[in-house]
Design a protein around this ligand. Sequence first.
Ligand code: F6R
Length: 592
Amino acid sequence: MCGIVGYVGKGNAAPFLVEGLKKLEYRGYDSAGIALINDGKFVCKKRKGTVAEISDAADLCSGIGIGHTRWATHGAPSERNAHPHIYGRFAIVHNGILENYALLKEQLESDGETFISETDSEVVAHLLEKFYCGNLLSALREVTEKLVGSYALAVLCLDQPDIIVCARKASPLLVGVKEGACLIASDIPAIAGEGVTAYLLGDGEFALLNAAEAKFYSPQLQPIRKNQLEYDPLISSSDKGGYVHFMKKEMSEIPCSVRNSICDFATKLKFSDFYQVLCQTKYIHIVACGTAYHSGLAVKYAIERLARVPVEVTIASEFRYSNPVICSGTLAIAISQSGETADTLAAAKLFRAKSVPLVAVTNVSYSSLTRIADFVLPTRAGSEIGVAATKSYNAQLTVLYSLAIALENAKGKSGKSLERLKRLPRLATATLEAAETVRSWTSHFVGARCVLFIGRGADYCAAVEGSLKLKEITYLPSEGYPAGELKHGTLALVDERTPVVVLLTNKRLAAKTMNAVHEAAARGAKVFLITSIAEYLENEEVFASVLIPQCSEAFTPLLSVIPLQALAYYTAIACGNDPDKPRNLAKSVTVE
Ligand code: F6R
């Protein structure tokens, strides 16, 4: 969702900017650019496409610069719309959305100003030029007062060629300080390194950076002191570790993410405030988007089965405008890998406004979601760079299953669930090995008219995630559907060009799910089976199959999703796509 970087120091800015942008590319890769100040002039290089397009800019010389990698919101991906935007004495980079930019632009145009790009961001450079009277911070404050929406901004000014000023509201921005330089970035991986102390700029705050120090200011421009940000070195690492793609590397880290995310809340937190809240919880309401929403669906199944507490799961962007009925005794859970998804944050704030206790399940300890939640349950997946979420889904399930077990315990229903949960890392390793079989399936999926993923109960929860994974990186139309519902309309899609992926892990429901297999096979569809029940492997209507390990019924999506992630990955490669950078998408969707 756009990444920004900045450098001011005794060294050379350009290599840091280019390398930093590469580490933020998961946030968008529609265009990239950097601007430096050299001999009293701006030197700017920007291109449509990925940061690789501006790699040669790393040779430019200057001790100060800012950079941007874009996920297009206003205006097509093009060089013209690429940041930095330069106007008069100012160069700016922006991450966020300015909701009132059209009005501001109209006013500026009526004053005779002309705009180069179609972006919302360019108004900031024009407004700075209008308000600047020698004090850069005051001008930036005056400009931000005019803005409605979200922003992380970094500004260069030719009149003050040794400083960068920044502002932030509802889009993340971090400041790094090291010997002889100050840095800024939208996320830790771009600034993390030996000797770097990191600080998180708060909502409405400003920062002024020079080669020697970073100064922080309140929304009223009063100097403030900031605490150093503790960050997990795991989160900050972002290399491919010998793999061709981040997605494959991140899938290989699933067992470790699951192992690290298991939490014995019931014992650890007994008598704590959180445990008391669990004891009093009568309903759970989960809000999330995309893959995180699918984690919510899967955990609903587990919580209701283990703790018999009713759970509602709502897509965050729908929840916000649904005028929801919230019963007393509700515990709210917001799930978000990044902790920055705008819709999830807004839904979480709605719960806060109604004094509902809020639990955040997130992979980023310093995220906005973390800061508004009453209780934070961290997923320990480490840095996830591939745009398609993989290991973070498995880690979310692990943390949420741990919560389900704590609830089970708080409701006096203790069983063997924790022991069963602790077996999952080992079973995930075995599933990863088994999942390699799907590599040979891809030729049946490339060019398919539509792909259906079906299952019942927990298998249905994994099916919807498998479908999302496939469509986002292969661009093949696909649907995740309850197996029993197929015959009520969707069966009309099925013919010999519609591969049907069937999830079958529940013996109790297996015969019923097999009805859907008969219905699909009878219409010429090839059936691909992912099952933990060996007796179905040889079924004559099954075209190909993978046997995955058995686990507790409540936890099956954590394993059954793995062959689906692998299927999406290998099919994307067979389609000639880069699985790490699907078109039109970015990780961390900080716009509503
Ligand atoms: C899909 C994917 C997205 C995210 C969604 C929410 O692979 O990654 O659907 O799950 O954008 O993101 P977070 O979890 O950061 O709130």
